[in-house]
Structures are given as structure tokens and as C-alpha cells.
Design a protein around this ligand. Structure first.
Ligand code: DAH
Length: 339
């Protein structure tokens, strides 16, 4: 562009005139393009032309073009701020608002709260432990030596040789005993992890551990406690039965069943027609476990129990598949809304 005839006063006057006349968004976009487009906008052409002018003219023209550029930019920028955004033009204030959808406590939380409330009323302390556990707390101290089948890699998520995702909350018993002196009662809820996945098993689920230690704790205490617990959870009409079982950290050990809460007069799918449903594992604390934490096994006895919280919850709330607990489907969660 030949700048010999270009005058700042004329240039800026022309621009101001155009800017004053501009009324809509389209005008402003066109102006912006005409003056500031990098490719062929006037300011770009002026700056390119500046390279061609004589040495005498350059300082004055340079200054003027710069000033011209500044004013054009400032005007267009200011305009962009006040110009209404295209999107806002579509705002319809008469549309109905979005109703808030309040949340509710998760069914697992509801079940756990009920369980903890009951145990607290019975004088139990609430404790916990880490989800990443050492093999000592998850196995060794629980009388489960290295060659024990329960330590098979098949269902344990190992992190390294000494650390794993805990497969049970039973390690919380050891941690509690290391830091407390009998007599005591405690429960410890928490997440556990196993390589397991079907209608009633999930790789992560929750357990509640219980431990009672004192000088004359007997199997009768275990049975009475678990019967009262089962009635609190499933109704006064249920009874329990104990089946001999095996756990490394209890001797003797028992699995506890409750009378099926689903059976009417017909054989039922949940208990497979047996009339009984297993709810937990339990037993008298093995003396080896007391030795591992430095308790005198001749002085103290105790009972322990452990149960799956989802399992208790599924039975109480008649939920057919454990996956419902982790999918967070609103249609399922809304069933448990209170109020
Ligand atoms: N830890 C056992 C499991 O995960 C459950 C269990 C059984 C816990 C007996 C106990 C117990 O405290 O005494 O299957």
C-alpha cells in the first residue's frame, strides 16, 4: 500500500464515522475484519506499507499508524464487551426451572448405621484399621502361617511380598488388642478386597468385625450376643443356629445361620428351601492369637465374629444382586429415601 497520501486525521475520522454508524453484531464483525484482519485488514496493510516509505517520512508515519492501530483496537475491544452474546439471545425466561433432586443415605450406610447403633448400645467401642494391610496383621498374627490355604494368591490382591489389600477386617482385632487392655468389646467396620465377582460377591465389599475379650468370656456369651443381634437386625421372630466350622483364628469356630425371613409356606429361592440363611462367621479366640499380641491365654478368653455388611443389608432390604450397591442407579437408591 502506498502511504504517501495517507493522513492520520483522515484515517481515524473515517473509522470513527463507520464505528458510529455500526449498529448490530454483524456490523462490528465486518469492521473488525476490515481493520484488524491479519491477512488484509487496513492496519496490517498500513504496517506493511510502512516498510516501503522513505526515511524522512518513516518516523512520523510510524507514530501515526501506531496511534491509529491503538484507537481502532481499543474501540473494537470495548464494543465486544458491551455487544450482547449471541447465545444469550436464545435465553427463554419462561421455561420451567430444574427441580433439585435431593440425595438420600445409601442402603449400605443405613444398614451399617443400624448395626453400629445396636453395638454401641451394647457397650461396644467402634474401631478400624488400614485398607492396605501387612501380611502380619492380615494373616500371621491371626494364626494363618505362610503355608496356609487361606493365603493362596488366588483371592488376595498383593501389593508386594509384605503388603496387600486386606481380605478381611479381622486384622483390626490385632491392632485393637495391641493398643487396649481387656476387658473390652469392639466392632470394626471397613472395606475388604478379594478376587471374586458374581451375584453375591464383589471384588470390594464391606465387613463388620467384632471382638470381645475378658476373663470369663464363654461360648454362651457368643451365642447370646449373636442371637440378640440377629433379632435386632431381622425381627424378634427369627432364631439362629450355629454350625461347626473352621477359621484359623478361632477355636472352636461356628458359622451362624438365621431362620429365613423370606420363606412363606412355599420353599424359597433365597434359602434354597432349607429355611436357613448364613449370616456370619464366629468363634472363640484361638490362644495363638492372644500370644501374638502378648496377652496371657491362661488369663483371658474371648469371642470374635465377622460378617459381610452388604449381605446383611441385602437380606434386610431384599436386594437380589450385590452390584446394586455399587452402580449408583438413582432408581435403586431412591427406594431408600426417607420422607
Ligand atoms: N474373617 C472371616 C472372613 O472374612 C470372618 C470371621 C470369621 C471373622 C470368624 C471372625 C471370626 O472374627 O471369629 O470370612
Amino acid at each position: 500500500m502506498d502511504l504517501t497520501a495517507w493522513r492520520y486525521e483522515d484515517g481515524i475520522a473515517a473509522f470513527r464515522k463507520e464505528a458510529d454508524a455500526a449498529s448490530g453484531e454483524e456490523d462490528w464483525a465486518r469492521l473488525k475484519n476490515a481493520y484488524l484482519s491479519k491477512k488484509n485488514g487496513l492496519v496490517t496493510s498500513l504496517l506493511a506499507g510502512l516498510r516501503e516509505v522513505s526515511r524522512e517520512l518513516k518516523p512520523r508515519l510510524g507514530k501515526e499508524i501506531n496511534q491509529f492501530k491503538k484507537e481502532v483496537e481499543a474501540t473494537l475491544k470495548e464494543r465486544a464487551k458491551v455487544a450482547p452474546k449471541r447465545k444469550a439471545a436464545g435465553l427463554d425466561l419462561t421455561l420451567p426451572g430444574m427441580a433439585p433432586r435431593p440425595g438420600s443415605l445409601h442402603p449400605l450406610t443405613l444398614t451399617l448405621d443400624d448395626m453400629l447403633k445396636w453395638f454401641t448400645q451394647m457397650g461396644y467401642d467402634i474401631s478400624d484399621g488400614p485398607e492396605i494391610e501387612t501380611t502380619f496383621y492380615n494373616f500371621e498374627a491371626l494364626n494363618t502361617p505362610e503355608d496356609h490355604p487361606a493365603r493362596e494368591d488366588a483371592d488376595t490382591f498383593y501389593i508386594d511380598d509384605n503388603r496387600l489389600l486386606r481380605t478381611q477386617t479381622s486384622g483390626c482385632q490385632i491392632r485393637y488388642m495391641q493398643t487396649h487392655t481387656p476387658p473390652f468389646r469392639m466392632v470394626a467396620p471397613g472395606k475388604v478386597f478379594r478376587r471374586d465377582d458374581d451375584a453375591t460377591h464383589s471384588p470390594m465389599f464391606h465387613q463388620l468385625e467384632g471382638l470381645v475379650v475378658g476373663e470369663n468370656i464363654s461360648f454362651g456369651h457368643l451365642k447370646g450376643t449373636l442371637e440378640a443381634f440377629a433379632r435386632a437386625m431381622f425381627g424378634e421372630e427369627v432364631t439362629i443356629r450355629l454350625r461347626p466350622s473352621y477359621f484359623p483364628f478361632t477355636e472352636p469356630s461356628a458359622e451362624v445361620d438365621v431362620t429365613c425371613v423370606f420363606c412363606g409356606n412355599e420353599p424359597c429361592r433365597v434359602c434354597k428351601g432349607t429355611g436357613w440363611i448364613e449370616i456370619l462367621g464366629s468363634g472363640m479366640v484361638d490362644p495363638n492369637v492372644f500370644e501374638a499380641v502378648g496377652y496371657d491365654p491362661d488369663k483371658y478368653t474371648g469371642f470374635a465374629f465377622g460378617m459381610g455388611i452388604e449381605r446383611i443389608s441385602m437380606l434386610r432390604m431384599q436386594v437380589p444382586h450385590i452390584r446394586y450397591y455399587f452402580n449408583n442407579d438413582r432408581r435403586f437408591l431412591d427406594r431408600f429415601k426417607v420422607g
